[in-house]
Design a protein around this ligand. Structure first.
Ligand code: BES
Ligand code: MN
Ligand code: ZN
Length: 503
């Protein structure tokens, strides 16, 4: 059961706690009943995201929680999201909360309500499906934003759609690998797609073999669980822009024949499908957000396990686009399944493609756990992702798609090897993917670092983060294709071209 968000002009009867916004300057709201000096003496200065619990006012039963909103002119969507998270955490032991925090700044009310809802819902999210003792799940189930503004209602609806997408993606990534197989994940994706107005196709192992998807079939060879590719399509009426999303859905990454050592940290390899989970989450929100971009998504789902039938080092796989790769490490499996996904995506001739994957430890080495790497063959697509990153507070840092390193992938027997040596691993992985983009403007998000959070912090909670879900929603919602070259638009010039090429 998730927290519900509604709006109301007045505090509903029986509300357990009211969260009162207090800025770090200017007058203290009268309902607080304390001076700034008194608050200061209690260590509460109204700084952004600081909270202070006060007992109910005389003759009232409603607990009061002061929520610092800092300097009002500094408020933006990112601070409001964190303020929502802080308010929710401070009130999490109560069952219901009412607040005017979201509408207290000069921020546009719709954007403020959306950000507040996102922060609060994400801070309150827990995955406790397999816990018998659910006492760690916050009691806060009902949050009322005090406003009668239609913009606030719209913001609540948008924030709820986004937060639901992220929470669903977190649930999937937190679910143990034997509970969430590729088959079950595909079934869940279908159920979500049906509720979100998406068209769907699911490809099974036989179909993938017939389609020439040797990458995902090869990675799957060691598993008794069959693979699934789920294609989801959001096709709004009159769409003029077309984007493809591809998500790495390795349900469990043992490394395969290149087995990872037994280490408790590898329990997180159940989250190696976080890219696919983020894509599914993002797709689930597009109808509610009235997104005008046509979006096709591919969830590439399989385990990576060793067995007598597993792919071996030295094996050569042939991918959907006909290229071949020699396997030098079966633990570099993500790029093998993405190769088929990107090839399929490129065939639909979109304006842009984005893949998202828990792809390399090297990216964690380069950037740490708080940001993802972004690399691409098109600066316009990368720049739009960086802009989404700033708006969503899901941090990205661009790494170079440095062509000189392509030689590190050269193979004696195939078009390439699947690893590029000990250095620059995030870059060589992206160079591998680039071979399957078929000239489509493309960017790759390496989310190995931020897929999991070590603690509760703002809108992040310990466990799977579903990083990229909000970023992808923002990206497709705001996507602008590169301006077509003027020459290509002139019909005579365009007609001449093929004739010249035929020679
Ligand atoms: N899924 C892993 C990458 C990963 C590592 C994600 C840690 C999240 C946390 C990926 O499949 C992998 O094993 N990559 C190898 C590639 C190497 C063999 C070239 C790696 O990074 O070590
Ligand atoms: Mn691996
Ligand atoms: Zn992996």
């Amino acid at each position: 059961m998730r927290t519900s968000f509604t709006s109301s002009a007045s505090i509903p009867a029986g509300t357990a706690v009211i969260a009162i916004p207090v800025a770090s300057e200017g007058p203290v709201p009268a309902e607080v009943g304390l001076s700034r000096a008194q608050l200061s003496a209690m260590g509460f200065e109204g700084r952004c995201c600081a909270t202070l619990v006060l007992p109910p006012a005389p003759r009232s039963k409603t607990t009061r929680v002061l929520v610092g909103i800092g300097t009002v002119k500094d408020l933006d969507e990112n601070t409001m999201r964190n303020i929502g998270a802080a308010a929710a955490r401070a009130c999490s032991r109560h069952t219901s909360m009412a607040t005017a925090v979201a509408t207290s700044g000069r921020l546009d009310h719709r954007a403020a309500a959306k950000a507040f809802v996102e922060g609060a819902a994400l801070a309150l999210h827990r995955w406790a499906e397999l816990k018998r003792d659910k006492s760690s799940v916050p009691a806060l189930r009902k949050i009322v934003l005090l406003s009668s503004d239609a913009q606030v209602r719209a913001g609540i609806a948008e924030g709820t759609a986004v937060a639901t997408a992220v929470c669903t993606a977190r649930d999937h990534a937190n679910t143990p690998p034997s509970h969430l197989t590729a088959t079950r994940f595909a079934r869940e994706a279908l159920a979500i797609a049906r509720k979100s107005g998406l068209r769907t196709t699911v490809y099974d192992k036989k179909q993938l073999q017939a389609m020439g998807c040797g990458g995902i079939v090869g990675v799957n060879a060691g598993s008794v669980e069959p693979p699934r590719v789920v294609k989801l399509v959001w096709a709004p009426a009159g769409a003029t822009k077309k984007v493809v999303l591809v998500g790495k859905g390795v349900m469990y990454d043992s490394g395969g024949i290149s087995l990872k050592p037994s280490d408790a940290s590898h329990a997180s390899m159940k989250m190696d499908m976080s890219g696919a989970a983020a894509v599914l989450g993002a797709m689930s929100a597009l109808r509610a957000l009235k997104v005008k971009t046509h979006v096709t998504a591919y969830l590439m789902c399989t385990d990576n396990l060793p067995s007598g039938s597993a792919m071996k080092l030295g094996d050569v796989l042939t991918f959907r686009n006909g290229k071949t790769a020699e396997i030098h490490n079966t633990d570099a499996e993500g790029r093998l399944i993405l190769a088929d996904g990107l090839s399929l995506g490129a065939e639909t001739k979109p304006d842009a493609m984005v893949d998202i994957a828990t792809l390399t430890g090297a990216c964690i080495g380069a950037l740490g756990k708080k940001m993802a790497g972004v690399l691409g063959n098109d600066q316009g697509v990368v720049d739009q992702l960086l802009a989404s990153s700033r708006r969503t507070d899901e941090l990205l840092w661009q790494l170079p798609l440095f062509g000189d390193y392509r030689g590190l992938l050269d193979s004696n027997v195939a078009d390439m090897k699947n690893i590029g040596g000990p250095f620059g691993g995030a870059i060589t992985a992206a160079l591998f993917l680039n071979e399957f983009t078929g000239g489509v403007p493309w960017a790759h998000l390496d989310i190995a670092g931020p897929m999991e959070s070590d603690g509760d912090n703002g809108w992040l909670n310990r466990g799977a983060t579903a990083f990229g879900t909000r970023l992808l929603i923002d990206f497709v919602a705001n996507f602008q294709p590169a301006a077509k070259k003027p020459a290509a638009r002139k019909k005579p010039a365009a007609r001449k071209k093929p004739a010249v090429k035929k020679k």
